[in-house]
Design a protein around this ligand. Sequence first.
Ligand code: F3S
Length: 298
Amino acid sequence: MKVMLAKSAGFCYGVKRAVELAHATAEGNNPCYMLGDLIHNTHVVEDLARCGIVKTQCSEMLNVGDTVVIRSHGEHKKVLDGLAAKGVHCVNATCPNVMQIQQRIAQSQQEGRRCIIIGDPGHPEVVGVASFCQDAMILPTSEKVAQWLENDSQNCELPLTLVAQTTCIQEIFENSQKILKKQCTNLKIFDTICNATYKRQTEAAEIASQVGVMVVVGDRKSANTKHLKEICQTLCPVVVQIEQASELDGNLFVGCQVAGLTAGASTPAGIIKEVYATMSEENMIQEESFEELLNQSF
Ligand code: F3S
């Protein structure tokens, strides 16, 4: 069986930066904390804990002089303000792309605009971003956007700013834009889907349309992995999401000539390599893709 491996599989720039920052911070600070999961990958979080980074869910327990690393998804503004007021040393590993949305939202609020975020209302990135303005409207789908406009005709007259969760599916954001553009009179749009997500989703779609089985590797809490799976499901008859190689069922590949493999932005290269090795008996991986994987250090 041939395996097509997505070149974009594995750590994105923001996740790599967060993990490196956490390791560097742990070296000089004892104890060092992370507030929630630094990234959505259990293996990486456990590895960070072994390096001395203590995970806590509660900012209240941190005290003056403590050091805390803020996760790649960002944090609620009230929590950040509370930590600063207390004198806790914050190392901000929020992805710069997420920080840019936080700033755009805060700026829009100052301009008197109502913010609409296309994303998952329960995801920490969205919860954090929304906290940078008052009364943000979080809508997960274009259908919800249409419903929100229908519910109150005055919504169409409001000055609006539209942003997306960084890992939003492109099609959902485009459809939302279309609906709002048709009906709203004062709309500012910022396409805040990050480039890494865009490339990963595009490549996953290309591969999924050519293979009999598509494997998506990533933590079940990871929003971008979930979206990769959803995109692949529209193009490939058999799509599975796994967190590690041991979850692979060999029966899936019976009769399959070509399978595809991609992974979410917080999946370490070591796990992708293991999955690849399990899937493929013959090494048909493209040399340059494999080189890229080997160059990832986590
Ligand atoms: Fe940042 Fe995009 Fe990764 S927002 S954390 S570069 S998926």
